[in-house]
Design a protein around this ligand. Structure first.
Ligand code: ATP
Ligand code: MG
Length: 226
């Protein structure tokens, strides 16, 4: 008998995406299972579909076919905000709102789906510190952040609300090696705090990093994950 503990967090069946303009397949039908306690690394050439895949999993881009199940159930349209709270996508080039970093970190709490949660300045300050940033990081203008700092802010924005799954799209691409290691440590701490219930998918172009951040190594080649 299967129990809830055996149910994967995410299961995709025949997930497919085409580009009608160029008449190409961006994502070939794929079955993919992500269970609690798994850390997946995806590598693969530029343009192979890694971001397309993560964005499909995050329900950010439409797919043409296939099903995504969350904890064994299809996701109803009305359940998408709740799903995105559980399954957080961190973009390759994160978008920031005008205002300070703190304004950006406070933003999720203005959304209905986070009405039960409260912004905790001490907690985000601690996350920033662990990501190697000074306390004045929260007061910086978002428009003045470097690419790497924007990635750190986007990660903190997500970590503060305790997601179950992180979809990390080259989250350290704009960071120096030392800062990249700090981000890896921050994500590891989040993962360990889940006691086997959390999972991550980390897209990287760096084979050494992929080895560090994933026990399960996958490769994306021309829209096929293997
Ligand atoms: N919205 C879209 N409409 C049409 N084609 C798209 C769309 N988004 C991405 N593509 C195409 O899908 C292919 C895969 O893109 P994707 O961004 O997933 O690559 P990637 O593997 O993440 O590459 P990189 O390592 O450079 O980030 C590319 O050919 C890209 O042009
Ligand atoms: Mg990409």
């Amino acid at each position: 008998m299967s129990t809830l503990a055996d149910t994967p967090l995410i299961r995709t069946t025949a997930l497919t995406r085409h580009d009608p303009v160029r008449n190409t397949t961006l994502l070939h039908p794929s079955t993919f299972i992500l269970s609690g306690g798994q850390r997946v690394a995806i590598t693969g050439p530029s343009g192979s579909g890694k971001s397309v895949f993560l964005r499909a999993l995050a329900l950010l881009d439409p797919v043409d076919d296939g099903v995504i199940q969350w904890r064994g159930r299809a996701i109803a349209r009305g359940g998408i905000p709740a799903y995105r709270r559980r399954v957080a996508y961190i973009a390759q080039r994160p978008a920031m709102l005008d205002g300070s970093v703190e304004d950006n970190l406070r933003y999720p709490f203005s959304l209905k789906v986070y009405r039960d949660a409260r912004f905790d300045r001490e907690r985000v300050g601690e996350l920033a510190r662990r990501a190697g940033r000074d306390t004045d990081f929260l007061d910086k203008r978002a428009s003045e952040l470097s690419g790497g700092e924007a990635q750190i802010a986007a990660l903190i924005r997500v970590l503060q609300v305790d997601p179950d799954v992180l979809l990390l799209d080259e989250p350290t691409a704009s960071l120096d090696p030392a800062a990249a290691l700090e981000i890896e440590a921050l994500v590891s701490a989040w993962f360990d705090d889940g006691h086997g219930e959390r999972a991550s998918i980390w897209v990287s172009h760096d084979p050494a990093q992929a080895k560090r951040v994933g026990e399960r190594q996958l490769v994306m080649t021309a829209g096929t994950l293997s």
